[in-house]
Design a protein around this ligand. Sequence first.
Ligand SMILES: *Cc1c(COP(=O)(O)O)cnc(C)c1O
Length: 205
Amino acid sequence: ADRVHLLAVSKTFSAGDVLAVAACGQRDFGENYIQEGVDKITALAAHTPRLVWHCIGPIQSNKTKLVAEHFDWAHTVDRLKIAQRLSEQRPAHLPPLNICLQVNIDGGPTKAGVSPTDALALAQAVSALPRLVLRGLMTIPDPLENFDAQVAVHLQAKQLFDDLHAALALPQFDTLSMGMSADLEAAVQAGSTLVRVGTAVFGKR
Ligand SMILES: *Cc1c(COP(=O)(O)O)cnc(C)c1O
């Protein structure tokens, strides 16, 4: 239980729904759509204890400023250009933005995420940016029905995470963001440290 963090994915749900889950003790919330996320972050800014907001949706160049100014984490960085913009636009009064690199662990060339072979080079470049802190990797494998098949894909991500952890030697590289409602048990078995769960917390979208 100490190794795995729960990220409650609140996309499409209201600020009031977030409050209901926060009342159960949940602190970390994930949003896919940046403007929708910013609206909830703003509405709930006075909440104590403070809520921690994770951007888990695609980040286009024209949205980096909103992410840098409002979120605590960004899980979907897969290009240096986006990371550079996030670092440049992170306000000085905020701590560095926590970053996970999205890795395309199982997919073809059209799927989002850096390829496993390019992940180390991107990680080295991102970890040098002053206003970011590189926390780990994130994956969204294609849905699989079979538990063992789910574990096998997640184990590939775990292996890559361990390889990068050893090569980078960064103390804060501690997060493997993988597992959603349909495959969180397999992800935890394979070594996930953070599961992103929407439907199984909030209900059907
Ligand atoms: C929506 C979403 C989730 C949560 O999905 P559920 O199947 O509802 O648990 C997790 N990660 C990402 C990137 C998502 O877009």
